[in-house]
Design a protein around this ligand. Sequence first.
Ligand code: ARG
Length: 270
Amino acid sequence: MTRQATVRHLLMCRPHHYDVRYSINPWMEPADGADGDLAVRQWVRLRELYLDLGHKVEEIEPVEGLPDMVFAANGATVVGGRVLGARFRHPERAAEGPAYLDWFRAHGWDDVLDPVHVNEGEGDYLLAGDRLLAGTGFRTDPRSHAEAAEYLGVPVTPLRLVDPRYYHLDTALAVLAEGEVMYYPAAFAPESRELLADLYPEALLATDEDAAVFGLNAFSDGYNVVLPEAATRLARELAGRGFHPVGVDLSELLKAGGSVKCCTLELRDR
Ligand code: ARG
């Protein structure tokens, strides 16, 4: 099978004010903190990798006091040039919503919605072909799903997450190409597992070990799949399916419960 990479337009946020200062998911240990300088070096490598792969990368200015702002995927959901803003579940991250919305408004994105319901952007909304897979259970309010469907003009498929370690959809599932995904079944409620098995009978299923190193928190351009380097079994499986896996080390960001995809927001202009 020949696979085709397509050029993506991405938004990232340098982890200049990054640290682990509070705990809103089981990965975060404020007593241990994180190495901010190393986080920046690891993030810079990810950004350079995207540029080397031919993608267009924009940057939003990090805001002091918002250590999780590096996780740009949570900042919005952008489909067909329309920007659905984020509204965070936890007060610690609340100010990130307006910060991202301001960036969009200042950069010529006119179709912007300040949402009513809690949704954590592409943490829980993943576009798969012409359907939006929508995680819920921990962060995004299920009432947001109708808001997203109406504003973005795409059908929304809700998926319920049940394992607190995999609190965002993008920690448990990655879209690899139009009709292709990889996911960790145990992160989903039984009815959602059934739905996924129906929708994607050929899906690449992750093991406990793949999921635990955040192997599903991956970015795919249709050919290159950037994922945590520790996810070696997933990388082999991806290569076997004709993808080009590229491993990266984001150990410092994993201390906040994030990795490749969390650091990457896709701007779908059209
Ligand atoms: N510490 C952040 C939180 O718990 C990590 C967010 C990771 N981002 C993501 N897209 N999964 O909210």
